[in-house]
Design a protein around this ligand. Structure first.
Ligand code: HEM
Length: 233
């Protein structure tokens, strides 16, 4: 007889995570409620479609990607719509998470060596790390600013005849630079959200994390929710 595998849908913490977050349920803590997870994955999906339809338009080296969507003309049509969807979803995400992402004076030192250490996945031992660390907050604002830059430059490229030549050239430059920076940042983001920190990815799927994960990576957030003052061993 096969061992019974617990059904996540019946997990009390996963059920609570449909409506609330920042609460402890048994040995788990709800980190992202369902609506916030849905908006995050909408951003990620729209970003992926915009990326995959934009690359073959950008250069013939990635021309083969056009076949995924039925050809280059489909990509040319779909790309601005996927980009606009990405911007709108990012706007919703921005206003939902803004209050939790304000950088504290003590987090200013994240602009520099600490950020690079985080991207290299070195353990940052900071007893005062709240729900998001400084690196996550900087990433959040970079994403929001990048989405705005991509929209502004993208609209110029979408309706080229409405803008003067110099603005069109500036638009192309801004679109390319922003997209390249974005693509690099997303690679680090996916690495840190999956393989680099086991237990993180499920915060965006089930909505929950283990207490030990919270105490290790976000000790102040853990203390605020549980009242437990003990340090991670
Ligand atoms: C397969 C792709 C992706 C994966 C696996 C992923 C994973 C995650 C995870 C696990 C978190 C929660 C981290 C935590 O609670 O500590 C998160 C947060 C976040 N994600 Fe993603 N994500 C992906 C794509 C994207 C994309 C494309 C964007 C934006 C363009 C994005 C923007 C964000 C932001 C702003 C946050 C909050 C700040 C942070 O935790 O870094 N994500 N993501």
């Amino acid at each position: 007889m096969s061992a019974s595998i617990p059904n996540p849908a019946l997990d009390p913490a996963v059920i609570r995570a449909r409506d609330v977050e920042d609460v402890a349920v048994g040995d788990q803590i709800v980190r992202h409620r369902l609506s916030n997870r849905l908006i995050h994955w909408s951003v990620a999906l729209a970003f992926t479609v915009a990326l995959l339809t934009g690359m073959p338009i950008w250069t013939p080296i990635f021309g083969w990607m056009a076949a995924l969507f039925g050809g280059l003309s489909v990509c040319r049509w779909l790309h601005p719509w996927a980009g606009s969807t990405f911007f709108l979803a990012s706007l919703v995400m921005f206003f939902r998470w803004l209050s939790e992402m304000i950088l504290l004076p003590s987090e200013k030192d994240w602009f520099g060596s600490k950020l690079f250490a985080y991207m290299r996945h070195e353990t940052i031992d900071d007893w005062e790390t709240g729900k998001y660390n400084g690196g996550q907050k900087i990433f959040f604002f970079a994403v929001s600013l990048g989405a705005l830059g991509l929209l502004a430059s993208g609209v110029i490229l979408w309706f080229p005849l409405s803008f003067p030549q110099w603005l069109r050239e500036l638009g192309i430059l801004l679109h390319e630079i922003t997209f390249i920076l974005f693509a690099v940042a997303i690679v680090f983001h996916i690495y840190l959200g999956t393989g680099a920190e086991p237990g993180t990815f499920r915060s965006m799927t089930r909505g929950t994390v283990a207490r030990s994960w919270a105490r290790l990576h976000h000790p102040r957030w853990y203390r605020e929710i549980t009242g437990d003052q003990s340090r991670h061993p």
